[in-house]
Ligand binder design. Structure first.
Ligand code: ASP
Length: 318
């Protein structure tokens, strides 16, 4: 792809949430939308975020490791049709769902998969790659590999919703009329957590971007781009125009800024998002450091769905 540089970059919007102790932050995607959500869609999304953060935080409250909270939260969002992942995923140009996922723990353990067409919960495939293979990234694992890893499989039509088909039709019509909507067609879910022992983990699950070319893979399953965790610094999950997040090694960049340059997680998130914006991209990021407050950030003029939980506190934002 050709490089693109935007002349003026507006300041990203970055907030800090929570403090020391077990902490879960999740996102349900960020982007500059073609249309605003209807009030019904907004409350559906908010309710699903609330269920997801509750399911994830229940794991932390029970003393489970950070990755269990990440996976539990992502499972809920993968089942909810309002997010761009699994059931309800954005569709490729040929009308099918091709799903990507990744998972990383603070100790460096990681797994990822791309081009999944039958795994009901793509995050489970990332986990299986991490736990059951000596490898990090699988492209289109076979049905028998998925079966051997204990992954529940469904027909691809399970992922395809009326809403996404309509979105694809609209994309085709606008593309035919010469509009470039590449900045508005994404979504994705992710979760970052710190458990009672202070261990951190990050996970991301996506359908990619509406109308993507068959075979296209974004940042979400790329360790270091869409997802990264390092016990010495932070756990990160990104969402947005994947190509730009890959160009910036976005998730790793936040780790490097914190661990090597001594920036705070907020400063690091702001710098990374400005760099993505400077490349003509947009999106958001969630960060949970090994110690201290979590961070939620998005590029300027970008809407982001998120939630976080700590102790008795729950916050959802749509
Ligand atoms: N980053 C994802 C991708 O490019 C899309 C998204 O975050 O919505 O595939």
């Amino acid at each position: 792809m050709k490089a693109q540089v935007v002349e003026s970059v507006e300041m990203p919007d970055v907030i800090e949430v929570g403090g020391d102790g077990p902490l879960l932050v999740i996102h349900g995607g960020a982007g500059r939308r073609l249309h605003e959500m209807t009030p019904e869609q907004a409350s559906e999304t908010e309710a699903a975020l609330a269920r997801a953060v509750e399911a994830g935080y229940a794991q932390l409250a029970a003393g489970a490791p950070a990755e269990e909270a990440v996976i539990a939260a992502i499972h809920v969002m993968e089942d909810a049709p309002c997010f761009n992942c699994a059931h309800g995923a954005a569709l490729t140009l040929d009308g099918t769902a091709a799903l990507d996922s990744s998972l990383m723990l603070g100790d460096g353990s990681c797994g990822a998969a791309c081009g999944l067409t039958t795994a009901k919960h793509p995050i489970d495939v990332a986990r299986a790659v991490m736990e059951r293979t000596p490898h990090v990234l699988f492209s289109q694992p076979t049905a028998s590999q998925l079966e051997e890893w204990g992954i529940e499989q469904v027909d691809n039509s399970y992922f395809v919703t009326e809403r996404r088909l309509a979105q694809l039709e609209e994309f085709r019509a606008r593309a035919a009329a010469g509009h470039d909507d590449s900045a508005t067609r994404h979504g994705t879910v992710g979760a970052v957590a710190r458990d009672v022992n202070g261990h951190i983990a990050a996970g991301t699950s996506t359908g990619g971007i509406t109308g993507q070319m068959p075979g296209r893979v974004g940042d979400s399953p790329v360790i270091g781009a869409g997802t990264y965790a390092n016990q010495g610094s932070v756990a990160v999950s990104c969402t947005g125009t994947g190509e730009k997040f890959i160009q910036e090694s976005s998730a790793y960049q936040i780790h490097a800024r914190v661990a090597l340059a001594g920036e705070t997680p907020s400063e690091a998130a702001e710098a990374m998002l400005s760099a993505v914006d400077g490349r003509g991209g947009n999106g958001g990021v969630i960060v949970v450091p090994a110690k201290g407050a979590g961070v939620i950030g998005r590029t300027a003029r970008t809407q982001m769905n998120y939630a976080w939980a700590q102790g008795d506190r729950r916050t959802t934002h749509v």
